[in-house]
Design a binder for this molecule. Structure first.
Ligand code: URA
Length: 216
């Protein structure tokens, strides 16, 4: 995706002083039926410039294949386009020396808000038939903080979404409705292995649903 320069410059200005690294554009065909919306790129994605190319991406590719979907059918993006990181001092067990590490972290609300105009632009440009927020960060970016992935995953929703308003510097609901199908973030299985079958089931449902609807 080529974002308007002005939009990117504004985000960069707002994010000065935040612990964020790099910039990864959303990727996928202009006529993609599904738009997958993750959280933020991680270390691997910033290196490869490919969304979901790390550990989470391998899980995602497996479920997509089982559901009869492949990456060429999808536009993949996330709520935040740079890698949020923490700064952590850690003793190296072998050498005994204290080292500084920069692990990935979840983006905060101010970061999600600052990047919101970029996601709005992607949704307007691609106009996917179905928005697929993966995990709470993507879901709450689109629908607000009252929506929890544990409640709404695997459900087709027809609702207004939140977009950035420069007048209020807040997210506000659109007047038109969008179709959404929230799914757990692929990394959820690394914390809770029991979610594997739930996520697999939700992706399979979405794959079958797409085969049975008229996409013209
Ligand atoms: N998590 C995301 O949300 N996006 C990626 O590209 C990788 C991990």
């Amino acid at each position: 995706m080529n974002y308007p320069k002005k939009l990117v410059e504004t985000v960069e200005q707002k994010m000065q002083g935040h612990h964020l690294e790099g910039f990864l554009s959303g990727k996928g065909p202009k006529n993609a039926v599904l738009m997958l919306i993750g959280e933020a790129p991680g270390e691997t994605e910033i290196k490869t410039s490919i969304p979901f190319s790390g550990r989470s991406g391998k899980k995602l590719d497996g479920w997509l294949a089982q559901a009869g979907l492949n990456r060429e059918d999808l536009y993949i993006t996330s709520a935040v386009r740079s890698r949020p990181f923490r700064i952590k001092q850690q003793r190296n067990k072998k050498t005994g020396l204290v080292e500084t590490k920069y692990p990935n972290r979840t983006p905060n609300k101010a970061e999600v808000l600052a990047y919101a105009p970029l996601l709005d632009y992607e949704i307007q440009t691609i106009q996917p038939k179905i928005l697929v927020p993966m995990g709470n960060i993507g879901l709450q970016r689109l629908l607000g903080n009252n929506f929890k992935i544990s409640t709404y995953h695997g459900r087709l929703l027809h609702l207004p979404i939140l977009t950035y308003s420069s007048e209020t510097n807040q997210l506000t609901a659109t007047s038109d409705t969008y179709t959404l199908f929230p799914i757990y973030h692929p990394a959820a299985v690394f914390y809770n292995q029991k979610l594997e079958s739930t996520i697999e089931h939700d992706w399979s449902f979405l794959g079958s649903y797409l085969q049975n609807i008229d996409l013209s």
